[in-house]
Design a protein around this ligand. Structure first.
Ligand code: ATR
Length: 267
């Protein structure tokens, strides 16, 4: 039997175990997937131990993605190298990947939203925002990153390059009005909070993508729908980053509908 898991802290609410178990079952793969709570100082030992135990692969979640990217034993592949954060580890090859970057891009594309030459506004400048920024930077015309702590947005924009600009959370009406795609990559919206920015300027030419998936329909997405915008919810990203991990581990075509149905049923 193959064994996979997710390490993080906290990790008890992770939806990866039911999602991946459903996928393995659907593919007829004899495999299990568990959650492991790993404290900050124990990450390196946890990975070494997992390899010794014969565990096949791991997902890495908050707050360990950067720590794992800094371990010399692990070869960073593709976007993991650029972004300096790993969320997927193949313990056979000891290669680390970042499937959040691909998941963000695919979630938008799956909704029929074109990214090429589009004006993108990203709200937030933490780990999730970085993955989105890296995922969209190649194709987008421009990336405006707005964040409560403006310095973090400016720093992320500098990292991305000429296309990107960082801003504070205030006075961003014009950016929203001119945008084609707006992404909420903050944690605001969980527990029925309002949107992290005023929703008055959302419009029908927009795609609004909210990474928050609990609740599935956030205040922001509800308001966006009311104004005729196309909406993409956080489940889509969760599933598509997971599907990429599954592909890396097994080489099988991920059963995306099965994985998505499982998550939507739980939520
Ligand atoms: P993640 O890895 O999920 O991105 P994170 O790195 O802690 O988590 O980033 C959280 C993001 O949500 C940040 O952009 C944060 O803004 P700050 O950089 O100013 O902290 C944003 N955020 C969290 N709570 C917020 C709030 N109440 N209003 C606005 N932005 C908020």
């Amino acid at each position: 039997m193959q064994v996979y898991g997710v390490i993080g802290d906290p990790v008890e609410h992770s939806l990866s175990p039911p999602m991946h178990r459903a996928a393995f079952k659907s593919l007829g793969i004899d495999a299990d997937y568990s959650r492991f709570r790993v404290r900050k100082g124990n990450v390196k030992n946890a990975i070494k131990g997992s390899k010794s135990l014969g565990i096949d692969g791991l997902n890495i979640t908050v707050p360990h993605k950067e720590t794992v990217a800094n371990l010399s034993e692990i070869e960073k592949v593709a976007s993991a190298k650029e972004i300096g954060a790993i969320n997927t580890l193949d313990l056979h090859s000891m290669k680390g990947y970042n499937t959040d970057v691909i998941g963000a891009r695919k979630a938008l594309e799956k909704s029929g939203t074109k990214i090429k030459n589009k004006k993108v506004v990203i709200v937030g400048a933490g780990g999730a925002a970085r993955a989105v920024a890296y995922g969209l930077a190649d194709k987008a015309l421009s990336l405006d990153i707005i964040n409560r702590t403006a310095e973090k947005a400016i720093k992320l924009a500098e990292e991305i390059g000429d296309k990107a600009k960082g801003h504070s959370l205030e006075y961003n009406e014009e950016l929203i009005v001119k945008a084609d795609i707006v992404v909420n990559a903050t944690s605001v919206g969980m527990k029925e909070e309002k949107s992290p920015f005023p929703v008055d300027y959302l419009h029908s030419n927009l795609t609004v993508f909210d990474l928050v998936y609990r609740p599935i329909e956030t205040h922001l997405l509800r308001e966006a729908k009311k104004r005729g915008a196309k909406t993409v919810d956080g489940v889509s990203m969760l599933v598509l980053q997971g599907a990429e991990s599954l592909d890396i581990w097994t080489g099988e075509k991920p059963p995306i509908e099965v994985m998505e149905k499982k998550i939507r049923n739980i939520l």
